[in-house]
Each structure stands twice: as structure tokens, then as C-alpha cells.
Write a new protein. Sequence first.
Length: 553
Amino acid sequence: MSFVIRCLDCGHAAPFTPNSMQCPKCNSQWREAEYDLNEVNKTFPSELANRAFDLWRYRELLPIHNPNPTLRLGEGGTPLIQAANLGNMLGLPNLYIKDERQGPTSSFKDRQAAVTIATLKEAGITEMVAASTGNVAIAYSAYAARAGIKLWAFVTSLVPGVKMREIALYGSQVVKITGSYDQAKKIAAEFALQRGLYQDMGARTITAVEAMKTIAFEIAEQFTQLNGGAKDSKWKTPDWYIQAVSGGMGPLGVYKGFLELKKLGLIDRIPAIVPIQADGCSPMVDGWRKGLAKAEPVLSPSTRIETLATGDPGRTYTMLRQRVIETNGVFESVSDEDAFRAMHVLAKLEGISAEPAAGVAFAGLFKLVRSGVIKPSDSVVVNCTGHTLPAEQFLFGDNWTRDVNLSEQFAQADTPQEGLLAALNNVTPSRFPRVAVVDDSGEARRLIRRILQSQGDFEIFEAVDGRDAINLINKEHPDIVILDLMMPEMDGFAVLDVLRGNPKTANIPVIVATAKELTVNEKSRLQGQIQSLMQKGDFLNDEFLQEVRALIG
Ligand SMILES: *Cc1c(COP(=O)(O)O)cnc(C)c1O
Ligand SMILES: [Zn+2]
């Protein structure tokens, strides 16, 4: 497929590199994927009939070259369900629910994680940071686990324990911030910057917005099918798209998806976009009501629906407002109680148990029908955004999160920036144990990295052969070396001789990892030279990690 990344501020077009997060010309972080639609038209939509109903069926319109099939968990392709009972109650016969609970981790964030992790994997990235009100981190954790990418998840202490455990279950590091979600985002950004790590940036993450487009593509295909099929090769669209919003990335992507279908000539009309917020954190709705193009941040969100607690939507609101105006949509807000009631009604009438955040969208629907904004003859799709599953409470011992209390840090600091940095020092020690992994097999190196990363915090360096290992070890001074013996040219025995012969490296502990039975002669060569000998198959048990820890501890 052919596409460029277009800067929304200066118009500069650049190729897509997932780990460069700003415009190379003006440094703006607001950019968008732009596809060569003539090129897309050659295979899309004609090829769709031959493809599975999942997110990757729209690959011409996704920013990835070779999606890796081994990372997939069945993302996208969720059903569009006609809600006859609820429609009956509301006097709205054309009511549909896009059931995003049916994604791999039960929220629509699976799309964002699937596409983003696929591009990161393609770019060789092995560690990343995400701030989350829960579901983003859960979705990223699942895909990161599959891809062997280590995830640092910054969540606020208000995120329900069940969600935090779910994040930890996948082996991600949970950093619990006692503070607002906006503060957690700032800390995560600083942490990522200091350590040079890839960071999810919400609506500024190109892959995230692109992933959300697939909701629009699916709705258009499914709505067409449920309403008599395509006519004159045109797809049909509903009148309204309703979604509960926090940062607003979902509707931004959904709009872009419909817009691309329109540019391709597949649809005539983009549905009216309706973002719904919780009353206790509704900066977009407040801005909308006051006629402001820029939202005033809510500094202390007061909703129990933590998933929707973005107090400062920044530019996303400004962009979303334009889309809402253009499509004749509307912003609306509802109380927590209304959302809980709507959840209950949805479950009782339609057999769909959703989480409170999704309840917000349904409460918004009820309000707009009651006030006459949505008419009985209108067709409506509500995004049932999620219902994440709880992980077993007794799965973990204590201390599986890192806790940072911002109010304490800020009370002691002179400036907010100082408070932030002081807080960050609590997240991690400034230095992690440094591990050099020497193995000529990429697969073996990845396995060791994955085992280490899932169990703790290590700074990991890789060398692909003996000579590379010597250079690396002299340069990085690791605390420990994990060394393969059988490598072409300079093997592990030779590496050991060089290391032990140099006073600077003579005392670095070495764990030898070997795939084969050693001869008596080989064993005697290692005698006194190494700290531990491991069969490669033994890596998966705790012994390996205990050994590593003991040697660096
Ligand atoms: C993230 C999330 C939302 C809000 O989505 P945005 O489009 O990013 O504002 C709504 N519901 C659920 C279940 C979510 O996880
Ligand atoms: Zn630019």
C-alpha cells in the first residue's frame, strides 16, 4: 500500500516511522496518515469478498506494510447487533449496537493495540510506555506479551484493582500514580523521554487513530448488509454514531474512516458524530455548550467512571468539535447514576453486560431520544465500547505495583516540574541491572529478553557474535553476561578467554547458556571461569531468574 504521514500544521509529508513521534520539519505531533486512494481503489473494496472478517481486511487503509499474522488475537470483526427490545422501549426501530466487548481483551482498545504493536514489532521496538485509564493498558499488555515487547503501564490509583491485575497478568509493569489521569500521562511522557522509549500518545498516535477507522469500515459494511445490501455499489451508513469518550480518539478515527469511504465513493454521507461524556469530567461538552473551540481542562475529575477521566482533551476536542459540527452531531453528558441505570437496562433488555463507560453512551442515547434530537425514524449505532474481565484477586502477592503519590511529592516540591521529577525517581531506580545477552540466534536472544523483561527491570543489550560481544561488553559494562557457547568464528570459550584476560572485564559474572551436552574437556575449560551453566531448555523455570538476580544482587 502507499501512504504518507502528513503534518496537520505545516503540510509536510514524510514516510512512516513508528518511533519518530513528530513532524521532521516543524516538530508538530499532530499528523495523519494519508493514502493514495487511486492505489487503494485497485484492490478495495473488490478484494473484500475474499478476506476474513477481521480488522486486517482493510489493510490497504492501515499504516503497516506486512502485518505479522503471528501477533493476531482475532481483533476487529465484532458484530453489529440490532437492539430490537431497547429500540422498542425508545420508539427507535433502527437501533444497532457495535459490540466491541467481543474483542480479545473485551474493549475497542484492542484495535489500537493490535495495529500499534504490529507496527512496533515491524520496526524492531522492544519496550514501550502507555498511560491509561485501564483498558488501553490491558489491550496493549496482551499484544505486547505476544510480541515480546515490555510494557510500562502508568495508571491512576482510581483504576479498579481488577483492571490493574489484568494488566499485571500479562507481565506488564504497573506503575500506580496517586493523582489525576492527566498527571499520570505527564509522568509517563517524562519517563519515556528519559529512557528513550516509545510512548503511546493517545490521539496523536497515528496507528491508534488509523485502527479506530476500522470501526467505521465495519459499521458501513454491516449496516449495508443488514439493510438490504449495497445499491449501485454504494454502501449505506446510519444517521448517528454514538460513543462514550475520554480523550476522543475513537470518534476521531471513526470519522476519518467514514471520510475515507466517502472519498472512495463508497458512501454518500458520514453519520452524525455524537461523543458522550460523564458529567463529572466533561470538558468537551462544557466547551461545546459555551461555544468554545478550545476546551477548558477539568483539573479534578469527579466521576466514578475512571475510564472516562481525561480532564484535558487538548487539541483532540478542537478537532472533534469540527467533525461534530460538520456532521450535524452533538456533544452530550450524563450523570454516573444515569450511566449505571443504562447499563442495567441494556443488560436486562438485550442481554449485553457492559462496563460503566459503555453505559455512558447508552445513557446519552436515552437523553437524546427523550429530548427529540434523535427522531424515531433515525438509524443509530451505539458503540458498546467494552466490558473488561477481572483477573483473579489472589493471583499476586503484595507489591506488584510501583506506587507514586503525587500529592505527597507536590507538597514537598517548590514547582510542579520538580514534583513531577521527584515522583518519577520513585517509579524506578535511576539504574537497572544491565544484562548482555550474547547469542548468534535471534530467536534465543528474544526468548531471554522476554523472560527477563516479564520478570523485572533490566537494561538488556544484545550481541550477535563473539566479536560483537567483546565490543559491547567493553562499551556497556554490563552487570552480567549471558553467553552462548556455540557461535561461528569466535565462540563462547574464546569470548570468555578475552573477558577474563582483561582486568576491566575479568570479574563480570557470566552465565553460560548451552543447547548441547558439554564434553568433559569443555566442562573443564569453563571451570572457575563462569558462575553458572544452564541448559537452554531450563530458561523457562524460575531457577534462571533466581540465578540472574543472585549474581547481580
Ligand atoms: C477508552 C474508552 C472509552 C473512551 O474512548 P476515547 O475514544 O479514547 O475517548 C470509552 N469506553 C471504553 C470502554 C474505553 O475503554
Ligand atoms: Zn510539520
